[in-house]
Design a protein around this ligand. Sequence first.
Ligand code: TXA
Ligand code: MG
Length: 328
Amino acid sequence: MAFPSRILNATKDSLELVSRELLAGGVVALPTETVYGLAAIITDEMAIKEIFNIKNRPFSDPLIVHVLGFNDLLKLTKLEDDSANLVSQLVDAFCPGPLTFVLPKAGSVSPNITASKSTLAIRIPAHKDFREVLLQTRVPLAAPSANQFGYLSPTTAEHVLNSLRGKIKYILDGGPCEIGLESTIIDIAKGQIKILRPGAITPEMLQEATGLEVIKYRQMATTDPSAPGLFKRHYSPNTKLRLFEAGQNAPKEARIAVIHMGKPDNADEHTFWLSENGDLTEASKNIFSVLRRLDQCGYDKIYCEKAPPIGLGLALNDRLNRAAAKFP
Ligand code: TXA
Ligand code: MG
């Protein structure tokens, strides 16, 4: 069924409206500090299934659940004392914020959310509008990124509208996402921290906060059973994307767009950059927007410079590698 889709400014009235819509079993798009999410309350099986239908996402790819704080996280998971202490330490250091924990799930969590896995991905988002909706619903929200499965994640309300027009009633506009890349996902089984998806919380930050060894994420060939949805090909534009190393030259032709991290000296009208001075925080915030915009410009190919492979550059390169993997 097609709906007229509306972008709502995040006023008191619209926050109440989307919260009521969620409690009535609706699916709505909400801003987070990472990317926009497509949310439903975790207690409504039909609404959860509808998330998969709207996104065209396989049911084998589990969802992330969003809660207000550590106590709510404990209610949905089943933690031994050791891991509860470690999670508590990480929550104190990084949450609310862009960090998702994969933890043994409590029996009450529907298998439709976790793709029948024994673990649950759960995070405590920082965006004030998302938190206000959680306060009003008083029920945790499952929310994958609000894009069609496989396409670039949305970092503005307009991105969501472009991808999901007619499929959802409301998109709550909380402005452009501060971070612009999906959350860091970690598995903390056996007292170790293993990164399943790199993000704004970097391996260095996790190591420093806990003193533990952090196993860095390695690009997987296809899929890994521990992270069924972390497909190598993901987050892709429709236009063919190629990557090049910093310092290399990309081809200069009329039908090719070239994206640099910082503003290059020899820029022409087909040259773009993610941050005037190559700042990685700003580059990460802009990458999906710039790729989406250029995807609509009719270029034959897009060339994008890789980020330096440190800190946030790891997460940015991960998304670039996945986006380019569709075009061997
Ligand atoms: O920043 C974010 O995390 C955003 C915002 C909306 O919160 N959400 C997001 O969700 O990126 P999604 O569904 O697009 O990506 C979640 C990833 C998927 O690749 C999924 O396979 C993986 O997390 N995942 C979910 N549950 C898992 C589990 N139990 N074990 C391993 N991976 C899991
Ligand atoms: Mg996603």
